[in-house]
Design a protein around this ligand. Structure first.
Ligand code: UDP
Length: 239
């Protein structure tokens, strides 16, 4: 503790896919353990960590709908998937002796706590990692929007979005070898150039509340810690 950090309180967005690792479905406990280690490093230097977990590794409402299911039912399944991921993540954190709590936007008495902003802030202040699950609790939203919403609500210093690439590029770096990375972008540049960092709802939310967003590569060991202490990682999106 006492380490000087750039951010005191962060909201980390972990996509469901990030939890799958090399498998093609579900949750890879090895990946969770590695993430727990990285998150533990932050907690160890006194950074408060809120996490929004996605569910795309299990179910996505839009995909289920394409296959014929009613959209709202699909979205409910997607939100429940995020609760499963959050439980798995809490398990990994607790095994690494990192105190953590799961809150759900959908009440699920006996399994996890119902989301309450003031309680969440109290947990964060006391050093517990708080996993926010079930997205926003509403269909037709994404966990990116939930991450931005919770980040603003808990007054985080930044929303950090973990992806498979180390930032935002002008074109898909997996497809184009000449793709170039942006160090910094404004919200309007993301919107105007249709950069697809997050959905429009999420981008508009952070823009309206001037919440900075950093997109970085969670597969790069140490990247999370580096960006929290002020290092250049990924792409920063701000006003
Ligand atoms: N979802 C929802 N409302 C929310 C957040 C999520 O209905 O506020 C549903 C939606 O069907 C989504 C699924 O949960 O497809 C999983 O979330 P997401 O696709 O954002 O997960 P990620 O891509 O981050 O793994």
């Amino acid at each position: 503790r006492g380490t000087k950090t750039k951010y005191k309180r962060i909201l980390l967005k972990l996509s469901g896919e990030a939890l799958t690792g090399d498998a093609d479905f579900g949750i890879d406990p090895k990946v969770l353990d590695r993430m727990a280690l990285e998150i533990g490093q932050l907690v160890g230097i006194g950074v408060q960590v809120g996490i929004v977990v996605g569910g795309g590794n299990l179910f996505r409402g839009a995909a289920l709908h394409e296959a014929g299911m009613e959209r709202v039912t699909g979205d409910h399944m997607g939100m429940l998937a995020t609760v499963m991921n959050a439980l798995a993540m809490r398990d990994a954190l607790e095994r690494s002796n990192i105190r953590s709590r799961v809150m759900s936007a959908i009440p699920m008495s006996g399994v996890v706590e119902h989301y309450d902003r003031r309680t969440a802030i109290r947990y964060l202040t006391s050093g517990d990692v708080v996993l926010f699950s079930a997205g926003t609790g509403n269909p037709f939203f994404t966990t990116d929007s939930a991450a931005c919403l919770r980040g603003i609500e808990i007054d985080a210093d930044v929303v950090v979005k973990a992806t498979k690439v180390d930032g935002v590029y002008d074109k898909d770096p997996f497809m184009h070898s000449d793709a170039s990375k942006y160090e910094r972008l404004t919200y309007d540049e993301v919107l105007d150039q249709k950069l697809g960092v997050m959905d429009l709802t999420a981008i508009c939310l952070v823009r309206d509340h001037a919440m900075p967003v950093r997109v970085f590569d969670m597969n790069k060991p140490g990247a999370l810690l580096n960006l929290v202490v002020g290092g250049m990682e990924g792409t920063l999106i701000e006003r």
